[in-house]
Design a binder for this molecule. Structure first.
Ligand code: FAD
Length: 432
């Protein structure tokens, strides 16, 4: 039993949706030659909505409203759209093995799907507590957040917990965004993480202090510098408390776990070159893997960043998923016309009424600027390495201001006087 396609997109997440749109815009395939295979039961959607609009107590985002590619203010790709475009959606289908030499994938029910060109868009999975030696994370009131199934579980848990207590494990963006959503749903939140401050991979202590104070005013309690060791459960298996390494016991009506992700590369282990640095499938500037008929995009791909002198990075951000997907399709359909990708890393988050954007790399010396105030905050930071801007962060900026900091990072703007840069703040980027 088997089917054959010219182009197969493996994975049905953000990058799959943007790749499909690019195929449709460029043509270059005939009806029935292109398919998307996804373990998920629904057509590709804008994953970031799951920790934002999807969790709102009123007027929550629901499908089909946030299928790709509305996140980039582009077309809404509903299942009907795929049908009209002659792109087959093979949903609810997990691929359990891949053979890149034979150009074949095998589904969980034993069907073989072959391809001429494969785009790997398998993204990443949430790390589970079990991987850190903690048992019991399958309880009905312990939630992770990677897909719509997880989001539905979280929404149900919140509904049965109104006025109660939630413990959020992890101080990264999933933890921060979920904590904000829980508060909005009238649930008391305690955040627990081992680092000294939230968003430790990106925020400076000063930036983190601002958000932690803001969250504290919203009623969130922070327990830092420790980790969870076990759960207390009732007779039905529901978690009732969280026990921490420092001995604390936190009452919990529900728990949200956001402790990082791992790229879904296992199908291709031993077959494609994997980047040693950050566990992604290594690709060149055309998003092509070590096997010329196989491309990789989105969270699973480790690709060279020109801005960082060709350093190979695996990014876990939606903008990178959208752009690498489009780039791969361009490289597949028009290789001669497609230059190597020139990508400026970009990441954003929105919590409560706050909203920030970050561009580039957070290496070098940091200079803060702006108003770290509670009413209309507008502040940020530049990272400066070897006399050049390498990264920039801005909270509360306008479109033009975000554009200005992105340009300053993209041009590696020269900095001669750090004190002056701090004084000028945003004006430095705007004048650039
Ligand atoms: P995904 O969107 O994860 O898609 C992978 C797809 O592959 C899934 O459909 C999966 O089911 C499928 N798949 C995997 N293995 C198999 C298999 N063996 N067989 C079949 N199908 C398979 N980024 C930002 O920049 N800003 C944000 O604010 C932001 N918010 C986020 C909020 C949440 C809750 C989450 C989870 C992520 C957020 N991100 C954000 C990150 C962003 O969503 C990801 O970078 C993006 O989704 C990556 O796209 P992708 O296509 O590579 O992977």
């Amino acid at each position: 039993m088997g089917r054959a396609f010219v182009y197969v997109i493996l994975g049905g997440g953000v990058s799959a949706g943007y790749a499909a749109l690019e195929f449709a815009r460029r043509g270059g395939y005939s009806r029935g030659e292109l398919c998307i295979i996804s373990e998920e039961a629904v057509a590709p959607y804008e994953r970031p909505a799951l920790s934002k609009g999807y969790l709102l107590p009123e007027g929550a985002a629901r499908l089909p409203g946030f299928h790709t590619c509305v996140g980039a203010n582009d077309e809404l790709l509903t299942p009907k759209w795929y049908k009209e475009q002659g792109i087959e959606l093979i949903l609810g289908t997990k691929i359990i093995s891949a053979d890149v030499r034979r150009k074949a994938l095998v589904t969980a029910v034993g069907e073989t799907i072959s391809y001429k060109t494969l785009i790997i868009a398998t993204g990443a999975r949430a790390l589970k507590l079990e991987e850190f030696g903690i048992q019991g994370s399958d309880a009905e009131n312990i939630c992770y957040l990677r897909n719509i199934h997880d989001a539905d579980k979280l929404v149900n848990a919140m509904k049965s917990c109104s006025g109660g207590n939630a413990v959020v494990i992890g101080g990264g963006y999933i933890g921060m965004e979920c904590a904000a959503a829980l508060v909005t749903n009238k649930i008391r939140v305690t955040m627990v993480f081992p680092e000294k401050h939230c968003m430790a991979r990106l925020f400076t202590p000063r930036i983190a202090e601002y958000y932690e104070n803001y969250y504290t005013l919203k009623g969130v309690t922070f327990v830092k510098g420790t980790v969870l060791t076990s759960f207390e459960k009732d007779a039905t298996g529901k978690v009732t408390a969280v026990i921490l390494k420092d001995g604390k016991r936190l009452r919990a009506d529900m728990v949200v776990v956001g402790i990082g992700i791992r790229a879904n590369t296992s199908l291709f282990e031993g077959q494609l070159v994997v980047s040693m640095v950050n566990d992604g499938i290594k690709v060149n500037g055309q998003m092509q893997t070590s096997e010329s008929s196989v491309y990789a995009v989105g969270d699973v791909a480790a690709f060279p960043i020109k801005l960082f002198d060709g350093d190979v990075r695996r990014l876990e951000h939606v903008d990178s998923a959208r752009r690498t997907a489009r780039h791969a399709v361009s490289a597949i359909l028009e290789p001669a016309k497609t230059r190597d990708i020139n990508y400026l890393p970009f990441f954003y988050s929105r919590v409560f009424t706050l909203s920030w954007q970050f561009y580039g790399d957070n290496v070098g010396e940091v200079v803060h600027f702006g108003e770290f105030t509670n009413s209309s905050p507008r502040f940020g930071a530049y990272w400066v390495n070897k006399g050049r801007i390498t990264g920039a962060f801005l909270e509360g900026g306008s479109r033009e201001e975000y554009e200005a900091i992105s340009v300053a990072v993209g041009r590696k703007a020269k900095v001669t006087d750090m004190a002056e840069l701090g004084k000028q703040g945003l004006a430095f980027a705007i004048q650039e």
